[in-house]
Design a binder for this molecule. Structure first.
Ligand code: SF4
Length: 287
């Protein structure tokens, strides 16, 4: 089979920084317990590698309770896509050693939301309900209203004539445009701040430029990874004559029916390890 690797591949800067920071926390604190609150980055392989190196992921609905369960002197790493700001104070009061892996792009959004709400503005936040980055934004102020990506918002909540419209960094850039248009129809003076990060946008644009004669498109990414899901969403709706699959690793690919496939393209999310992509490419080349 012919195989094209759709560029870019490998970790984005934010993911790379988060992984390096977690290992740095371990190195700088020998003998201490090292915890990460939630998935450091949205990839199970990465999380399993951290666990096997003694860096434990804490997962649960009630994150304040998880932080409270730690002991003075434990090390806590905050993940790449943000966290409830109240947890900083809680961790500090508990005497935890804190490392913050929040991606600068996510932090930039958080800073804008603080500045706007402190200036008395309302925020329309476009994001996926339940996603860590969205949850973090919504906890900043009661003046942040969610426009969830299924095209839902209660416009009656918005009394500000020129609210700031801001979004989760890893959304589908095509759908975001429709949402912006919808908001502008309801609130003509709304100020739009498009915050899709360049790592997400470049991958989405690259997927749209895949040669349409491929009969197989593989998106490598974790189901919890928003930017990987969006690549899958875009590829599925754009290449209706190709089979499009989202896979976590080579084992998933081995389960696919690849009979009669001649030409494949592989794209991957910003938190997918490059070696997994290469394993999949090498396997497909033998088919
Ligand atoms: S996908 Fe974008 S926002 Fe998320 S960690 Fe990477 S650069 Fe940062």
């Amino acid at each position: 089979m012919e195989v094209e690797l759709v560029q870019p591949q490998g970790y984005c800067a934010g993911v790379l920084n988060a992984i390096r920071l977690a290992y740095k926390a371990k190195e700088e604190n020998p003998g201490k317990n090292i915890f990460v609150l939630g998935m450091l980055v949205h990839n199970k392989t990465v999380i399993n590698e951290l666990t096997s190196n003694g860096i434990i992921t804490l997962e649960g609905e009630d994150e304040a309770k998880l932080v409270s369960s730690l002991s003075k002197g434990d090390v806590l790493v905050f993940s790449a896509h943000g966290h409830d700001p109240k947890l900083d104070e809680l961790a500090d009061n508990k005497g935890l050693i804190i490392y913050n892996a929040t991606c600068p792009k996510v932090q930039n959004n958080i800073n804008k939301i603080y500045a706007e709400t402190e200036a008395g503005h309302q925020i329309i936040y476009i994001g996926q309900k339940g996603h860590r980055e969205t949850n973090a934004a919504l906890t900043i102020s009661k003046n942040v209203s969610l426009y969830d990506t299924k095209l839902l918002i209660n416009y009656q909540e918005i009394t500000d004539k020129s609210p700031l419209v801001i979004n989760q960094t890893t959304l589908n850039f095509l759908s975001l445009k429709d949402i912006h248009d919808d908001i502008k129809r309801h609130i003509p003076e709304a100020r739009i701040s498009n915050e899709i990060c360049s790592a997400t946008r470049k991958r989405q644009e690259a997927v749209l430029s895949i040669n349409p004669d491929v009969d197989l498109i593989i998106i490598v990414g974790d189901k919890k990874s928003s930017n990987s899901q969006k690549l899958y969403e875009i590829a599925s709706s754009h290449y209706r004559n190709s089979d499009v699959y989202m896979v976590s690793d080579l084992e998933d690919v081995k389960k696919l029916n690849l009979e009669n496939k001649r030409k494949a393209a592989i794209s991957s999310g910003a938190s997918s390890p490059l070696y997994i992509v290469e394993q999949i490419r090498d396997y497909l080349l033998t088919k």
